[in-house]
Design a protein around this ligand. Structure first.
Ligand SMILES: [Fe+2]
Length: 394
């Protein structure tokens, strides 16, 4: 079987059917070869190849790779690695956040399936994941922001829930909420759309704008969610507000209650901002993903009518002028992806991937704009112009 595998998931024994990066001058004589040693793995990594196509008939499959990486020896090595400072590198942080994102998505998928089949739900199953989301955000404020760009169309509903949880925790932390409050918000974010589990797929994943009747059905996801919540004991008010208020709007044009201004709790107003920001910056079955800066501009435009203007301002400051995952053009003409925010909002850490002056792709490499005098951001850039898929780099 032929399948695409992320380079960091490759192990010795796999067979590379194709190097999934025609633009990179890779160091291999052939595009098809067996991975026979750690040196091959290192070469792939150093060449900046993010993913390859493997042939599981000629070599190991990803499942076998997972089994092998779960062996006691690997775990020991993994722990050793974690204790080293290198785990604080951008890639180390991203890999950790990616693992959490995948696992949390799976928890939500299972939970929504349980809700659909009428099984009893327990908030306790969400708490360990919520705690990990808070810890990840505390370690690296923006780790989950970049990762949330890897959403797939099929898994959007579940992945969106995790993104909202991560963004909400970042936002709340910046506003001075306690870790305990952030954890409640993470739980709320994770299940804010749980009512969608009973919305027909034909409406949920319609590859076009919903008709008025379809939109009426879609709006029911809040009341369905409320009914499901009643079966979950001990859910904190902060979590409940995220779920019930994320579609309320400042001018009363939202749903389900048409609440206005201060009738919507602060957490509800924050959830509304985060929810729409994540929806705009995600690829959907009916639209491409918007650039983070474009989405933030739109949120400012829609304030104060729909969104709390003061909170939108704080959210923009929380994400930074150039949010993690956005593309920027540097003074030299190079194009890079913002990988990590810096203390100075104008000087994040950037991964160079393209040279617009000479119109060619570059071997990916990281630079910290706070530590260089020769480069600075000139403007935001659009990935489509350079045929770049930003999610490939997370
Ligand atoms: Fe929703």
């Amino acid at each position: 079987m032929i399948k695409k595998v992320a380079s960091n998931e490759l192990i010795v024994g796999m067979f590379v059917h194709d190097i999934n990066a025609s633009w990179i001058s890779h160091p291999f004589l052939k595009r098809q070869f067996a991975i026979t040693s750690a040196i091959d793995l290192e070469k792939i990594k150093r060449a900046g190849i993010r993913s390859v196509i493997i042939d599981t008939k000629k070599g190991l499959d990803i499942v076998q790779a997972v089994e092998m990486s779960d062996s006691p020896k690997s775990k020991k090595e993994d722990t050793k690695k974690k204790s080293k400072k290198t785990s604080r590198s951008i890639d180390g942080e991203l890999q950790g956040a990616k693992k959490l994102f995948k696992e949390a998505t799976s928890v939500i998928r299972n939970l929504m399936e349980d809700a659909r089949s009428g099984k009893k739900l327990k908030a306790a199953t969400l708490e360990p994941v919520a705690e990990r989301i808070v810890q990840t955000v505390l370690r690296n404020h923006h780790a989950l922001t970049g990762i949330s760009r890897i959403k797939t169309k099929d898994e959007y509903t579940f992945m969106h829930c995790i993104s909202v949880a991560g963004l909400l925790v970042s936002f709340a932390k910046q506003k001075g909420y306690t870790d305990e409050q952030c954890q409640k918000l993470a739980v709320g974010g994770m299940i804010h759309d749980i009512g969608k589990t009973l919305i027909p797929d034909s409406i949920l994943n319609k590859p076009a704008k919903l008709s008025d009747d379809e939109f009426k059905v879609m709006k029911h996801h809040i009341s369905i969610g409320q009914a499901i919540l009643e079966k979950i004991p001990d859910l904190d008010k902060l979590s409940v507000d995220v779920i019930t208020m994320h579609h309320e709007r400042m001018d009363g044009s939202g749903y389900p209650f048409g609440l206005k201004g201060a009738q919507i709790s602060e957490v509800g107003r924050m959830a509304a901002i985060v929810d729409v920001y994540d929806a705009l910056t995600s690829v959907r079955c009916y639209k491409e993903a918007w650039e983070p800066t474009q989405a933030l501009k739109k949120l400012l435009e829609w304030s104060p009518a729909r969104y709390d203007k003061k909170l939108v301002g704080e959210f923009v400051r929380c994400l930074g002028i150039y949010p993690v995952g956005s593309l920027v053009q540097l003074r030299s003409g190079r194009i890079g992806i913002v990988m990590k925010a810096g203390k100075d909002l104008l000087k994040p850490q950037v991964r160079i991937v393209y040279n617009a002056k000479h119109a060619h792709y570059e071997m990916p490499r990281d630079i910290d704009l706070a530590r260089t005098q020769t480069e600075e951001i000139q403007s935001a850039a659009v990935p489509a112009k350079y045929q770049l898929d930003v999610s490939e780099f997370f």
